[in-house]
Design a binder for this molecule. Structure first.
Ligand SMILES: Nc1ncnc2c1ncn2[C@@H]1O[C@H](COP(=O)(O)OP(=O)(O)OP(=O)(O)O)[C@@H](O)[C@H]1O
Length: 635
């Protein structure tokens, strides 16, 4: 299939492009325009706002970069260092970086690039250069245009300093960071803005950036051109179009199926098919494709970041993948790592596989991708075409395949209505497990799933990743955007668990009312060790501390007489309690005894006293009688 850059030579455009632009395009090997470039560039240069919908890989990036550079170059007065001539907003860092790279390449080839060097050694030199190209002192013959990339990953303050120091006439970035910079900081001078571009416009809205985009638009001058670009547009864009565009012209580049003459939304050179298989068969089916397509570049899509993380490690541990360069990319990865993975996958040669989420679904122009494999269909149906579009770019041939379970097959009709035609391919047959053949080279569903399970039981990192991936998969499926096709109630959870080599099913509310029969592996998960020795050591220390903590708790509980004490401890306590009671009783008895004794003594003493009193009275009476007798005798 030949290139789709066949819509006429660049010099046929009206209005004409500047000579150095034409020279640069020829220098870069762009001899002819693609249809979207031929129709969009003249509109933009004639001061029209545009809404451009054209299939993946049809050259939309040049369709907006060429006219905005041209507009800046045609200005009567040169733009000063801090004056922004164009803003390009893209949904992801990778895409923004890619546009920035193409922009630099174009400006360099035109001889208009004002370099923005960030390394220390160049700083002094740059300061001198800045003076040379400052507002009034700008070289009259050659216009120098700088371009800056603002995608987060560093502090806003750093970006402000970068802009203060080097300026930026074409600013490219992600919506959040750009909003922050443009709204809050007066140094970003947009008074002379020529153009605003929203690339992958529908995605920007899907990602919830409408408010940011509105804020950005509100802060920009109205005398500007605005362009919306994507391979898919959505009705949700209507309000934004009303707020940000003036009488826009719609450009739709149609693709016709050669045989049926039907209009389709995917490139002609792209062969899309589907394969019906159960969830536990997907990895084996993927391995079959790999075996039949040696020395190819694959992009493989999964539902969630955790699924990518698990399979990146799990497949890497399978002997079948020994000869492949494996890469993984998802939104939860550190930005620097993401950038490196992207760069390395682009330059990878031989059999290479990128496992990713939808963060790599749109816009990325990775050369020579042969196959796109969708292990999980995307949450957002619009992503389907974008994912497939990572291959078959600019008329090159490419293949895409999606795995669907028998209960999900209506997705095929769903996509057909959306002008994405697909062909069915038959399931690959499992190879027999023969004892005399090297088992590692056999592709057999049961064997592969057994290997996943076995590996998960030997490596704690894999074991943990498998659970996380399974849980995230279940949650993602449960919230599928096309829920009338992807019904969680139809999912055979045991087969999904098998696909992730789960040792046992985790407890989660989504599985509560499901009848699941899953065998897994009956081992104590505590015994699974990390392969990384320091990590395992840390785990052991943590476990030990936890055990000590538990023991201390038990002892504390024991003192309080909690119900978990050991039997011997309980007995001891009982004995001590009895002892204390006896002692108390003895004390009480002794007290009573003493009291009684004291009372008895008191009684005796009282009796004694009475007796003594009586005796004294008797004596007294006797003495009185004697005295009477004596008196009588005296008388
Ligand atoms: N006129 C041209 N001649 C030759 N190659 C071109 C031309 N225009 C663009 N290309 C190349 O075609 C490839 C795809 O272009 P681009 O990335 O702009 O596609 P796109 O329409 O933005 O795709 P997507 O919708 O996936 O973002 C790039 O490698 C680009 O360099």
């Amino acid at each position: 299939m030949e290139s789709i850059a066949n819509a006429g030579t660049w010099d046929s455009l009206n209005p004409k492009l500047l000579d150095d632009t034409l020279q640069a395009l020829s220098l870069l090997g762009y001899t002819q325009m693609t249809p979207v470039q031929a129709s969009t560039i003249p509109l933009f240069l004639n001061s029209k706002d545009v809404i451009v919908e054209a299939v993946t890989g049809s050259g939309k990036t040049l369709a907006f970069l060429i006219p905005i550079i041209e507009m800046i170059k045609r200005r009567e007065r040169n733009l000063g260092k801090n004056k922004i001539g164009a803003i390009i907003i893209s949904p992801t860092r990778e895409l923004a970086k890619q546009i920035h790279d193409v922009c630099i390449q174009l400006l360099e080839a035109m001889g208009n690039l004002k370099e923005v060097k960030e390394d220390k050694e160049d700083e002094d030199q740059d300061e001198n250069e800045e003076e040379e190209v400052d507002d009034e002192k700008m070289d009259e013959d050659k216009i120098l245009i700088s371009t800056q990339l603002f995608i987060g990953g560093n502090s806003v303050q750093e970006d402000i300093q970068k802009f203060q120091k080097y300026g930026g006439n074409i600013v490219i970035g992600t919506p959040g960071r750009l909003e922050d910079l443009l709204k809050r900081h007066v140094i970003f001078n947009t008074g002379d803005l020529e153009a605003l571009i929203l690339d992958e416009a529908d995605r920007l809205l899907d990602m919830g950036f409408e408010k940011s985009l509105r804020n950005i638009i509100l802060n920009l001058p109205k005398q500007r051109r605005t362009g919306l670009f994507s391979a898919t547009m959505s009705d949700a864009l209507t309000d934004l179009i009303k707020a940000g565009l003036r009488n826009p012209v719609r450009v739709m580049v149609k693709v016709e199926d050669i045989s049926t003459k039907d209009i389709q939304r995917t490139p002609q050179s792209l062969d899309i098919c589907y394969l019906i298989c159960e969830n536990n068969e997907k990895i084996a089916q993927f391995c079959h494709i790999l075996k039949n397509e040696p020395d190819k570049k694959f992009i493989v899509y999964f539902a969630t970041c955790s699924c990518v993380d698990y399979y990146f490690k799990a497949l890497g541990a399978l002997p079948l993948f020994e000869n492949y360069s494996l890469f993984s990319l998802h939104g939860k990865m550190d930005p620097k790592r993401r950038e490196n993975v992207y760069k390395n996958f682009i330059s990878a040669i031989g059999s290479s596989i990128l496992l990713c989420t939808d963060v790599a679904a749109r816009g990325l122009d990775i050369p020579d991708v042969d196959w796109v494999i969708q292990i999980d269909p995307p949450q957002d149906p619009k992503c389907f075409a974008h994912r497939c579009g990572r291959t078959a770019r600019l008329g090159k041939e490419g293949k895409a395949i999606v795995f669907l379970t028998p209960k999900e097959d209506t997705y095929v009709d769903f996509l057909k209505i959306r002008k994405i035609p697909m062909k069915e391919i038959d399931k690959y047959q499992d190879e027999e497990i023969q004892e005399n053949v090297k088992r590692t080279s056999i592709i057999n569903t049961k064997l592969i799933n057994e290997q996943l399970l076995k590996n998960n039981s030997k490596d704690r990192e894999l074991y943990e990743k498998s659970i996380k991936a399974f849980v995230s998969w279940v949650r993602a499926y449960n919230e599928h955007q096309v829920s009338y096709i992807f019904r969680f109630k139809n999912v055979d959870v045991a087969l999904v668990a098998e696909a992730y080599g789960l040792l046992r099913l985790p407890r989660m509310p989504e599985l509560k009312n499901k009848k699941i029969e899953y065998k897994g592996l009956d081992i104590d998960p505590e015994t699974i060790k990390y392969k990384d020795k320091t990590r395992e050591k840390q785990r052991q220390i943590r476990l030990l501390k936890e055990k000590e903590g538990k023991l201390n708790n038990k002892q504390k509980k024991g003192k309080k007489g909690g119900k978990n004490e050991a039997w011997s401890q309980k007995k001891q306590l009982k004995e001590r309690r009895l002892e204390r009671r006896e002692k108390r009783e003895r004390k009480r008895d002794a007290k009573t005894r003493n009291k009684v004794l004291a009372m008895q003594k008191e009684e005796e003493m009282r009796k004694e006293a009475e007796k003594r009193k009586r005796e004294l009275e008797d004596e007294w009476n006797e003495l009185r009688e004697e005295a009477k007798l004596l008196k009588k005798k005296k008388n």
